[in-house]
Design a binder for this molecule. Structure first.
Ligand SMILES: Nc1ncnc2c1ncn2[C@@H]1O[C@H](COP(=O)(O)OP(=O)(O)OP(=O)(O)O)[C@@H](O)[C@H]1O
Ligand SMILES: [Mg+2]
Length: 589
């Protein structure tokens, strides 16, 4: 319930004018039917009175259509405002707040199932569910005012009836709330099933998987996995629905009985001469109206409540507190090119058991070029993530220019780093030019010519294939957007150009040319050599041809540096490096 009030309050803050108009039209629309009934029954009673008053009857007959019109028009105003106008504003509000929060969350939150489940639940309809809560919340206000008005009208005729009809709807309230809870529990308690279901839908419906699915002919196999889960969930939901129907029928009998008793009582009273004919229709209409409004109120509230459960997840997600945050007054002025040191660093990914680094020590001087090699899973990319403070060390320190990384302003530090991640992305819909410019968005928006973008593309050996497309740098990425689909290596070269465009004192490249052909790779590294003289450079590669150019090569094995030195020194060492080098070389002779 508190969420419904929270959303109503939010709607007031978002648009006060809409709110006040919606509120007054809701109240008027809700009381208008009872007023109409009142006028109608007064006409009826007047007609059969011993001394009819024609002027009064005429006046009432004239008022009646006006009230019906008021009812109608106010109802429409209320609906248009709460369903349409508020919907857009509310949707925009939640869309923006959700996205801002989503991007700002620590990597841990996105990866750790503990938080990822919450984020997924929040993502599920965060744009439209709050607007739905609002709409049904307003409908509930309308039903509530209507029920109170007719309840009051019944009370004036016979207080006992309002008590009886009130009691008669309690079972229905209990049934609705219980069933709603059961429905919600089926879907959310089993987050594991939900996660599997979501991923299976994604795999079954995403074009990215179609090629593999076709080639292995596993469509039916994967669909079957999906439908086994679907049926298991739906079976439980169907059971609840049928249960709900059964209880609704049973609970619906009580208000009908109250109506019957009321009719019997009123007819008796009429024959005894205690009430007028109009009182019978007035009470019966209001009893029916009351029952309808309460039934509607319940269905609106149960729907709104079912949505509030999702919306509460959105609020919960918006309240998540990052662990990686700036200290008060962090250092913004950072010397560049920087030196980097890992001092006794141990690290395991949050909520996991295995240490990826254990008492790890490493010092990279300013303007030094260091290559890191090691087997898959040795912890190379993890080192990069720690340098960028995407994760916090479990113990030990990462020092930048001798200062603990935690004392630096996160944004300022990341601005000093040009990074090409191993799992880089290019952005579809955006043009090639934008994709390169994203490397330094402030510079890109400042720049009046494309010269720097083009220079970065040339350095990444990307210009030739960019210009071979009709719109060149203006070509959007993605054929779905009237653009091009690049090959894997071409995507990587654009991402590399993006890294060059940033032009900061620290360059970190994790497998920068893993998909690039040998010729382009050697040309790219020639260019890099010329460009990076004054920078601190860290690159990770499995290709020894590129590793050789580093001032120093580090071999990482099981979270420790096991060898260190120049290419020649390591070759003579006879360790993992020389073994890996010889294995790779053997492939070429
Ligand atoms: N986000 C994560 N959460 C939990 N464990 C992770 C995560 N990322 C990596 N790991 C684990 O950390 C270890 C080191 O991974 P990392 O990506 O650093 O290896 P790598 O040396 O870069 O390997 P590769 O040569 O394949 O790129 C692996 O065992 C991996 O399973
Ligand atoms: Mg890696």
């Amino acid at each position: 319930m508190s969420i419904i009030f929270k959303i109503l309050k939010l709607s007031f803050q978002i648009n006060k004018k809409y709110f006040l108009v919606a509120l007054s039209s809701t109240i008027l629309a809700a009381i208008a039917p009872t007023l109409s009934i009142l006028v109608f029954t007064e006409v009826l009673s007047s007609l059969v009175r011993a001394k009819p008053e024609p002027e009064k009857i005429l006046l009432l007959v004239l008022i009646y259509p006006f009230l019906t019109f008021l009812d109608n028009i106010m109802y429409r105003i209320k609906n248009s405002l709460t369903d349409l106008a508020f919907r857009y504003d509310m949707t925009e509000y939640f869309f923006k707040t959700f996205l801002k929060k989503f991007i700002s969350l620590d990597m841990e939150m996105h990866e750790n199932p503990k938080y990822a489940d919450l984020i997924n639940n929040a993502r599920d309809g965060h744009e439209w569910r709050p607007a739905d809560v609002l709409r049904f919340g307003w409908d509930a206000v309308y039903d509530f005012v209507g029920a109170i008005t007719s309840g009051l009208a019944i009370f004036l005729v016979q207080p006992l009836f309002s008590l009886l009809i009130g009691i008669s709807i309690i079972p229905r309230i209990i049934v609705d709330l219980k069933m709603e809870d059961a429905m919600w529990n089926v879907w959310t308690l089993d987050t594991d099933t939900r996660r599997r279901y979501g991923t299976l839908i994604h795999q079954n419906e995403n074009p990215q998987y179609v090629k593999d699915i076709k080639l292995m002919n596993i469509g039916a196999y994967l669909q079957n996995k999906l439908f086994v889960l679907y049926t298991s969930v739906v079976k439980k939901q169907k059971k609840i629905l049928f249960n709900k129907l059964k209880w609704h029928i049973i609970a619906g009998l009580l208000p009908i009985a109250v109506n019957g008793i009321a009719l019997y009582y009123l007819v008796n009273q009429y024959y005894l001469g205690h009430i007028e004919i109009g009182a019978i229709s007035f009470t019966l209409f209001n009893l029916l109206f009351f029952r309808d409004r309460v039934a509607q109120l319940l269905s609106d509230i149960t729907y709104a409540l079912s949505q509030t459960k999702y919306v509460s997840k959105v609020f919960e997600m918006l309240n998540l507190q990052n662990k990686i945050v700036n200290i008060p007054n962090p250092i913004k002025d950072i010397d560049t090119p920087p030196s980097i040191e890992f001092r006794n660093v141990s690290f395991k990914y949050p909520d996991t058991e295995k240490y990826i680094l254990k008492d790890f020590n490493l010092k990279i001087d300013k303007s030094e070029t260091v290559a890191i090699v090691g087997e898959n899973g040795a912890g190379k990319s993890t080192l990069v993530k720690l340098m960028l403070r995407l994760y916090e060390t479990t113990s030990g320190q990462v020092l930048i220019n001798g200062l603990d990384i935690k004392t630096l302003d996160i944004e300022s530090w990341r601005k000093e780093c040009s990074v090409l991640l191993q799992d880089f992305t290019t952005f579809q819909v955006l043009t090639v030019k934008e994709n390169i410019g994203l490397g330094d968005i402030e510079k890109f928006e400042r720049e009046t010519t494309d010269e720097k973008v083009k220079e970065a593309a040339r350095d990444a050996k990307a210009e030739e294939f960019i210009l071979s497309n009709k719109k060149g740098y203006e070509e959007p990425i993605g054929r779905d957007f009237n653009g091009v689909d690049f090959s894997g290596g071409q995507h990587q070269r654009i991402a590399l150009a993006r890294t060059f465009y940033r032009d900061s004192g620290l360059v970190i490249m994790d497998e920068p040319t893993s998909a690039v052909d040998a010729k382009a790779e050697s040309e790219i590294f020639e260019t890099i050599k010329g460009k990076i003289k004054s920078k601190t450079v860290i690159f990770i590669s499995h290709r020894f041809s590129t590793v050789r150019m580093a001032d120093r090569i580090l071999v990482i094995d099981k979270g420790k540096i096991t060898e260190e030195g120049t290419h020649e020194k390591l070759l003579n060492n006879g360790g993992l490096y020389s073994t890996m080098f010889k294995l790779q070389a053997k492939g070429y002779v």
